[in-house]
Structure formats: C-alpha cells, structure tokens
Ligand binder design. Structure first.
Ligand SMILES: Nc1ncnc2c1ncn2[C@@H]1O[C@H](COP(=O)(O)OP(=O)(O)OP(=O)(O)O)[C@@H](O)[C@H]1O
Ligand SMILES: [Mg+2]
Length: 383
C-alpha cells in the first residue's frame, strides 16, 4: 500500500471474531474501513459490528483464501490458524500481517523460545521432551508445556515430583525451569512495515489462581525505572528478532532476584493491552490497523494510570448471560464497561471487562475491585 493508495475504500480482513476482533473491527470502522470477519460462529462478537461475516473455521483453507482474496489486508485476532494456504497467498503477494511465517513460528512455543534464546533474549531454561527421562532433567518441581495449541493456562502443567510423570502431557511438549516469580509483566509492542517500533508502558498482570487466567492488569506496573527500561529493551528486541508486522503482546517474568525473562509472545492484540483503549493516546486495537495497513504508528503515551479487570462467567452458571450489579458498578467514576456480546456464558469464560482510570493507581485498583465485586455474569442455567 503506497502513499497513493485510496484508504477510503480499504478492505480489512480479520481472522477470528471474538472480543479482540470485535474491538479491532470497531476501530477500523472508526477509520472508515470496510471489515470482513472470518469466524465459525454465527453472530459472534465481531460479526455484530463488521460489514461482512464469512462463516468458516480457522483451518478451512477455502474460507481463509476467500477472506484474503476479498480484502486488501488480512490480520489475526488469534494464532491457532492453519498457515499453509496463507503462506501460499502471502508468497503470491497478498498482504497478510503478521506474515503466516511469523504466526507459524509463534504457534510452536518451543521453537519461539529457541529463536528468542538464540538471539540473546533472556528466557527460562527449557528442554525438549522426547522421553520420560527428559521430564526429569531439571529435577522437580518443573513446568511442562505443550508446544502447540495452549491458551489461558491450558497446556501448562506443574510436575511436583517424579510421581507425577504418569500424568504428564502426552502430546509434543517441553519443560521449563520453575521460575520464582515476583511479578508477571507485559508489554504491547507495535511494529509497522517500515520496521518502526513503538512500545506501550510496562504493565503488571494479576492472575485468577483458580484457573490461571489473567484477571487484572495494572498500568503502569509498580517497578523501578531501571527494570522498566530493561523490560522495554528486551520486548522491542524480541519483536525485531521476529520481524513481525502488527501488534505483539510480550509476556515477561520478573524473578524474585530481579531478573527479567520472556515467557511468550502473542502475535495480536493482547488482554494485557485492553486498558490502552481508555488510558493511552492510541489504543492497541487502532495501532494494529495502522501497523498492518502501512500507516504511521500512533503515540503510545499513557494519559492516565488505569486498572483493567476481566469479567469472567460466574462459576455454577451457563447459558444466556445476565449481568448483575451493572447500575451500582457504573456509578463508579471513570469506569468504562465493555461487554462482548457473547450469547453463551460458562464458568470463567471471558465475557467482558472494565477499565478504571484514576490519577492514583491504588485508587484505580480499589475502584475496579469494588466494581468487580458488584458485577456478576450469571447464566440462564445453574450447573
Ligand atoms: N516457567 C514457569 N515458571 C513458573 N510459572 C510459570 C512458568 N511458565 C508459566 N508459568 C505460569 O503459567 C501461566 C501460563 O503460562 P503460559 O503463558 O506459558 O501459558 P498460556 O496457556 O499461553 O497462557 P495465556 O494464554 O494465559 O497467556 C503463566 O502466566 C505463569 O503464571
Ligand atoms: Mg501466557
């Protein structure tokens, strides 16, 4: 897309129609673009706000090709996608960003880690698992991970002792040393086709211990200037190494001894970057569109400290969702409420989120926690 391209008729294709695709689509519509979504679910969140919905799975090569052929630029809201047809189309000159080669590399967490490690990015010690003996090579406890298809903590297992070996993951996997984590940090990094890189502030992720899902995000993280600068440098270097175009969520561990290690990279908008919509000059969802359509990247400046909390489906319910406590919660000042429009809730499903701003980050956390205690996403059926 050169400078003479007529942006007023730009057609964007998004693979995946969940909450990330929905908000990306809303930003693309704000910029006047035409949006087509590929997703298997009728009336999925992004289909509710886009121009066209191609109903098809992420491994359906006919539908993937249709999306690419019908649009000017294709991007992703998820990485679990069949890349073979996309690689052919990319090689034939279609604009697909990040490239399917980058997506393919990221799909394999072991290969991803190896590439980062070989390029001098600090990562936890790791080892390929080819036999049960390999599982024991770092001693116990140890973390075992599937190479592919893991998300929201599924595909991550702790083997406490050698006695857990019979219950180990049976698919392709690797082990990682168990890190003594002080904080889990994340940085959203944008890179456009010219190689321009911009990163957002370092944030801190807090997890729901019951299910290992990122539950809340504090922006900025409470860390020293020195750690912050080092984290930004490591994250930007990781994306330079990948040569990815788009938006990347880089997850890091800050260890109790003050070391920074990259955990993994998501090649798309990331849950830890939701806060950017209200708290930064350019949201991650607009930034990805700028990056993949060859427009200048927007400012990543933090306008206000913010806390984001995910609204997960309540335990014990499924079915059509009902929101409890919305009147009380929305009375809290500087609170922004997001509900994704999923027609079915189940325990711990990501149904929406809130972002709360405050000049004082501790007050933002306090207000967000109050709101979270009021808001309950229940379902039409008790289970
Ligand atoms: N080596 C490790 N040592 C200690 N804890 C770890 C290690 N690796 C992962 N974890 C814990 O498990 C969580 C999930 O791991 P990881 O990010 O690799 O999996 P995931 O399924 O891709 O998760 P998500 O989709 O939530 O990002 C981490 O956020 C961290 O809390
Ligand atoms: Mg993770």
């Amino acid at each position: 897309m050169d400078k003479n391209f007529n942006y007023s008729s730009l057609k964007l294709g998004i693979i995946g129609g969940g909450q990330l695709g929905k908000i990306m689509s809303q930003k693309a519509k704000k910029m006047g673009f035409h949006v087509t979504i590929l997703d298997p679910t009728f009336n999925c969140p992004a289909a509710q706000v886009s121009d066209k919905h191609i109903i098809g799975g992420f491994h359906d090569s006919v539908k993937l090709e249709q999306l690419v052929q019908e649009t000017d630029v294709t991007t992703f809201e998820l990485e679990h996608v069949d890349t073979s047809i996309l690689k052919e189309l990319y090689d034939a000159g279609h604009r697909i960003h990040p490239s399917p080669y980058v997506i393919e590399l990221i799909q394999n967490k072991y290969e991803q880690k190896k590439l980062l490690d070989e390029n001098g990015i600090p990562v936890p010690a790791y080892k390929d698992v080819e036999s049960d003996e390999d599982l024991a090579s770092f001693g116990f406890p140890v973390i075992q991970k599937t190479k592919r298809d893991g998300y929201d903590g599924k595909g991550v297992l702790m083997l406490k002792t050698a006695e857990d070996i019979p219950d180990a993951i049976k698919t392709e996997s690797f082990i990682e040393e168990l890190i003594d984590i002080d904080k889990e940090l994340a940085v959203i990094v944008a890179r456009n086709r010219e190689g321009e890189v911009k990163s957002y502030p370092v944030v801190e992720m807090l997890f729901d211990d019951r299910v290992n899902i990122c539950d809340s995000v504090m922006a900025p993280a409470k860390i020293s200037k020195e750690i912050e600068e080092k984290a930004l440098e490591i994250c930007e270097k990781s994306i330079q190494v990948l040569k990815g175009v788009g938006i990347f969520g880089v997850e890091l561990f800050l260890t109790k001894s003050g070391e920074l290690l990259v955990n993994e990279i998501a090649p798309r908008p990331h849950n830890s970057g939701h806060y950017t919509e209200e708290a930064c000059a350019t949201s991650q969802f607009e930034q990805i569109i700028r990056a993949v359509t060859n427009l200048p990247l927007g400012s990543t400046k933090l306008i206000s400290p913010a806390v984001m909390i995910n609204l997960l489906g309540e335990e014990g319910y499924q079915g059509e969702p009902f929101i409890e406590g919305i009147h009380e919660a929305l009375a809290i000042p500087e609170l922004s409420f997001h509900f994704y429009g999923k027609t079915y809730t189940k325990p711990f499903r990501k149904m929406g989120h809130i972002t709360v701003l405050d000049d004082d980050i501790d007050k933002a956390l306090e207000k967000a926690t109050q709101a979270k205690d009021m808001l309950k996403i229940k379902g039409s059926k008790r289970i």
